[in-house]
Design a protein around this ligand. Sequence first.
Ligand SMILES: Cc1cc2nc3c(=O)[nH]c(=O)nc-3n(C[C@H](O)[C@H](O)[C@H](O)COP(=O)(O)OP(=O)(O)OC[C@H]3O[C@@H](n4cnc5c(N)ncnc54)[C@H](O)[C@@H]3O)c2cc1C
Length: 458
Amino acid sequence: MTATITILGAGPAGLGAAFRAAQAGHQVTIVERAGRVGGLAGSFEVAGVMVDHGSHRLHPATEPHLLEELKRLLGEDLQQRTRHGRIYLEGRWIAFPLQTADLVRNLPPSFAIAAGRDAILSPLRKAKGDTFADLLLAGLGPTMCDRFYFPYARKMWGLAPEMIHGEQARRRVGGNAAGKLLRKLTGSGKAGGVFYYPRRGFGQIWEALAEAASRSGADVRLNTPVDRVEQCSGGLRVSAGAEQFESEFVWSTLPIPVLARLFQPCPDKQVLDAARRLRSRGMVLVYLVLGVGRYTEFDAHYVPQGFTPVTRISEPKNYRDGDDPADRTVLCAEIPCASGDGIWSTDDRDLGRLVGEALAGMGLPAVDPVEVVVKRVPAAYPVYDLGYSDCLEVLVEWSESVPGLLTLGRHGLFAHNNSHHALEMGWAAAAALGPDGGFDASAWSASAESFAAHVVED
Ligand SMILES: Cc1cc2nc3c(=O)[nH]c(=O)nc-3n(C[C@H](O)[C@H](O)[C@H](O)COP(=O)(O)OP(=O)(O)OC[C@H]3O[C@@H](n4cnc5c(N)ncnc54)[C@H](O)[C@@H]3O)c2cc1C
């Protein structure tokens, strides 16, 4: 007995699910809006250089069985690299991930003394509530918060730290204990100072996975935007323009509010209200093509403070030993924003200028881009505002009430996560399918609970 499954979205979650379910002999169709696979973790070409949607690395925290599978699929193309980034903090450059000797050498002494004092006093502080501000102030103290984390949070989510749910601190920082944070920041925790990255851009991982899924029998449909999901006599029907796909199961990695809006019969008002209130943070990605072989030796520059809206600038060529052109390089600047706001609507040339100003403001070499390419991503990060968890609960409860429907992935479960977490979700969905083609909802619920422990690696 095999199951028939239509998977919506060919990002890491959808592809992981498609690969494993097809391998187990089920009939899988995966339907993707874009012209290539990988979703947010996919790559594309700018001036002959493969670039990502902002800085992407495969972290060593990836579950060993997933990492082994990816190594098997990519072979030597999946390179192990040493991290080589830095943070711009109060006019100085600090190595990132942090290193003790470098911190002692480069951290402004007033900052180091105050942060050290806060760390010693941390057992005496208690969180006053469950907001991002409460948890980080209790765990880290005012120095790291006021001079590092809070300005970054304002740029990143467009909210005051007091208006961000405590879950954001848990997902991003992994708890509120100063020791935990320090271990994470200094790379002496699980992540270490290395990462994995493929020769031809981060998206090569997902292209390899899509090929493996196809070889196992999955039908991968690109350029197929889903516009309707409805119940029918055979289970569920997915429509994408004139095309229709009927199956017993639909596994959606679309943003859960989008899924609720395109579902028929239309969910009730409470569900649609929740879908309206759950917000995602957008991102403008600005790619500067430079007529030089290399801009700096660093893979990424992190910019937490508020003098520019840019949060990170990466140089994709420095993530790999690849076949990149020798006479040019591309910089990728990440600017979080809300879809439709001032940054979102700024024209491409002015965005290029804004990135040039950010570089100059940090004392980096002046740039004269040959070309500026801009990509606008309406949903890059789930926003954990104070009301988000109630809305999410309503939406998940609704999706669970529809027989055969499952929602997973970063935006499907509104989880601020990494691609290896999304992949794990796909793997878990397929594992919940029995050999008789039935879906074990309790096995899936147990996995879904474990996803709450995912902590984002930067
Ligand atoms: C700036 C930035 C940096 C990041 N850095 C890292 C990193 O260093 N390491 C890491 O591991 N992760 C990183 N991530 C996270 C990673 O990108 C995500 O965790 C991962 O892409 C989530 O995979 P997913 O399959 O859940 O969702 P997505 O990648 O969002 O895939 C969803 C898919 O659904 C498709 N879709 C949407 N609507 C429709 C529709 N109507 N019809 C058909 N298809 C549709 C989309 O086109 C997309 O392909 C980063 C994310 C961002 C924003």
